[in-house]
Design a protein around this ligand. Sequence first.
Ligand code: PGA
Length: 251
Amino acid sequence: MRRKIVAGNWKMNTDVASAKTLLRSIVESVKKSAPAADVIVCPPYIALQEAQSILHDSKVALGAQNLHYEDDGAFTGEISATMLKSVGCKYVIIGHSERRQYFGETDGTVNKRIHKALNHELTPIFCVGETLNERQSGKAFDVIHRQVTGGLENISPENMKRIIIAYEPVWAIGTGQNATPAQAEEVHAYIRTILKELFSDAIAQVISILYGGSVKPENAREIFAQQNVDGGLIGGASLKADNFLAIANAF
Ligand code: PGA
């Protein structure tokens, strides 16, 4: 059985005070409702240290939104795997479309970051997804194939088992227009065929593949009911504990 996972990507939202409030409400709600899914939160860097102490002894795991592929050195503004580990991160989002779109992230740099995360025992949440233009011109599957194979270059089968994949169609992120459950299922199933081709059927069947892009309490259940959808990467709706928990309980 694959792990069910709901991860909150807070992006560039909250300050330390509001992050602490949100973290406390999430911990409380998880305690009360005991969701079947594993719950992960990825607050901004400035809140990670506080998050570590608030999440301590809770069922909520901590992740970051990115990491650099070098260990340390002259990389102004970047954050390293060791830094994330030192504040208790277990997960890290890698290759989010906003990083690809606005910060020059490529399949090659995504691949380096995935290797670095794995070397430091951080679980990558590896994001892929096509733009609207790519979908409309019939290239969605080619793009997904390129991103998945590029991002996973030289990953060993053993390490592959430690990776979580998130399919996030760019046209659905923050737009309110989610992929239909059938559209999500189609791409998730396709990602599994790529994993089978790159690794093995056994590996393809155990990897959790999350859907992201305008998931809300109102549409989560239908999306998560798809055979190849194992949970969600949640942006906007993860900034309110009630909404986030409603989604975490939508299995
Ligand atoms: P959204 O973002 O839920 O606000 O669409 C998802 C994401 O970018 O991870």
